[in-house]
Structure formats: structure tokens, C-alpha cells
Design a protein around this ligand. Structure first.
Ligand code: BTN
Length: 279
């Protein structure tokens, strides 16, 4: 594939045509650079702009991950116009009965869209990471909700909340950059994928999945998560120091970990989990 083919011509019109019938008022925006596509949609929502929007950027200067971590795009391609990662956020009003498991449902959808192999290659690490073989991170998901000036003070059961689903995926190889394990990239899964093609594949299924989640919750996604669950059966260490063995996720998206104190359902967004090396 030539370098020119890697400079994205975002399929904004195609995506709009597919999605607008499901989300009236939907728009697609592509920016060359922004601090963070999620921060931008959150700022807009707090200012009362809660239209359904897909915002994609070639570069983020302050990409954010879960637990206040940074999400860095690969720097090696700087100045070439080549976009090595797909970074976008989708914001929309959503009113599920229960928000538990939303980032897992998004992970299932992303993995299935980009990897249709009989033996899954894109795996999911609870709660929000996409991994390839060798415990290599391929991408991550950041789900946030906004309340806004003039809007309901708290979650409104009828109207719901504005949710911003941010997704970052390495498309081209990333320099290991001091990491013990070099990250994975989509080109390992499908050599024809570019950031633009991946976005085109993802946009409609993602919207359908979010609307499905609002109606039926996480339960229908649970067996699909289980097929790709990278932690299942492995020894894990929680960030609070506890150790145990992961036993899949509940139908509410909690990670089930068997520890010395018995089976625990881990739901805390503040807890991170890492597999015990070699386990
Ligand atoms: C994680 O790995 O903890 C989640 C990473 C999420 C990164 C995406 S990139 C698009 C959107 N904008 C951000 O600042 N973060 C998300």
C-alpha cells in the first residue's frame, strides 16, 4: 500500500448516510488536530450541545485514557501525513436502564467488526482494552457521560445522558517506546485496513450496538465478550493488591475474580487488572 493511501480521506458522507436514519440530527466531523476528540465532545455537551456527533481527528495533542492515563498516538509518522492510529469519539444521548458493561459492549462490537476470524484474534481485556496475541495492546475505549448547563442536574431516566464513547486503535506498527511489550496494530489482523476504512466499518455497527445496549443492556453481549476474554482462567493482580483467578464477566459486566476471600465481582471503575506474567 502506498503512503498516499494511508493519508485518510474520511468516509464522512457514507457514514452520515448510514447513520442519520438511526440518529436524526447526526453529523460527522473530521479535524486535522484536536487536544482530544472526547474532551471536545464533552466540552460541547457541557455547553448544551448534545447533538449526535462522530468526531475523528488525525492527531490528538492530549489524548486521554482510562484512570487519567495518556493515550499517545505513534510519533514515528509525524510530518508525513500518514495517520498511524484511528482516534475518534461518538457522542449521543442514551437512556439505558443500567449503564454497567457499556465499555465492554463497545469492545465486543469493535472486535467483531474488525476481526471476523473463526478463532478470534482481537481479544478483550476487561474493562476497556483490545489486545492481540502476546498481551499486546491494540487499542482502548474511554466511556464518559456529561451533564450540561440547563440540562437535568442528574441522570434523567427518560432523557438519559450524553455519552461520549472514545476509541483509539493503532492501525500501523507503533514504536515500543520503552514499553516492555510492543503494542499491536490492526495491520496484523487485516493488511488492507487504514484508519479511514476501519472507521467506515465501525461507525454504523457501533451506533446499532449503543442503541441495542440502551434497550437490552449488557446481557446479550456477555457470551460474545466471553469468546474474546483474554483474562478468563488467568491469574490476575488488582490495583488494590489483591490476587486471584479471573472467571469471566457477569451479565452486568462485572469481572469475576476468585480470590482468597471467595468470588468477587469487580465493578469499580477505579480498579485496574493485569494478568500475572506467564499465567
Ligand atoms: C485507554 O486505553 O485507557 C482508553 C484509550 C482511549 C483513547 C481514545 S482516542 C479517541 C478518544 N479521545 C481521547 O482522548 N481518548 C479516546
Amino acid at each position: 500500500m502506498s503512503a498516499a493511501a494511508l493519508i485518510p480521506a474520511w468516509p464522512a458522507e457514507d457514514i452520515w448516510q448510514q447513520v442519520e436514519p438511526l440518529l436524526p440530527g447526526f453529523s460527522v466531523e473530521a479535524l486535522a488536530s484536536v487536544d482530544s476528540t472526547s474532551s471536545e465532545l464533552m466540552r460541547r455537551a457541557r455547553a448544551g450541545r448534545t447533538e449526535p456527533t462522530l468526531l475523528v481527528a488525525e492527531t490528538q495533542t492530549a489524548g486521554r485514557g482510562r484512570l487519567g492515563r495518556q493515550w499517545k498516538s505513534a510519533g514515528a509518522y509525524e510530518g508525513t501525513g500518514v495517520v498511524p492510529a484511528l482516534t475518534f469519539s461518538l457522542g449521543l444521548m442514551l437512556a439505558p436502564h443500567d449503564w454497567s458493561g457499556l465499555s465492554l459492549a463497545v469492545g465486543v462490537t469493535v472486535a467483531e467488526c474488525l476481526d471476523g476470524s473463526a478463532e478470534p484474534r482481537i481479544r478483550l481485556k476487561w474493562p476497556n482494552d483490545l489486545w492481540l496475541a502476546g498481551d499486546r495492546k491494540l487499542g482502548g475505549i474511554l466511556v464518559e457521560t456529561a451533564t450540561y448547563a440547563g440540562g437535568p442536574a442528574a441522570a434523567d431516566a427518560q432523557q438519559g445522558r450524553y455519552v461520549v464513547v472514545g476509541i483509539g486503535l493503532n492501525v500501523l506498527p507503533v514504536l515500543a517506546d520503552g514499553l516492555a511489550t510492543p503494542p499491536g496494530c490492526l495491520r496484523e489482523v487485516d493488511g488492507s485496513l487504514t484508519a479511514a476504512r476501519a472507521l467506515k466499518r465501525l461507525a454504523l455497527p457501533l451506533v446499532q450496538a449503543l442503541l441495542g445496549f440502551a434497550e437490552h443492556g449488557f446481557a446479550p453481549f456477555q457470551p460474545r465478550f466471553a469468546r474474546r476474554d483474554v483474562l478468563s482462567g488467568r491469574g490476575v493482580t488488582l490495583s488494590n493488591g489483591q490476587q486471584g483467578t479471573a472467571h469471566g464477566v457477569s451479565d452486568e459486566g462485572a469481572l469475576l475474580v476468585h480470590t482468597g476471600a471467595g468470588m468477587q465481582a469487580i465493578t469499580s471503575a477505579e480498579i485496574s487488572v493485569r494478568p500475572v506474567a506467564g499465567a
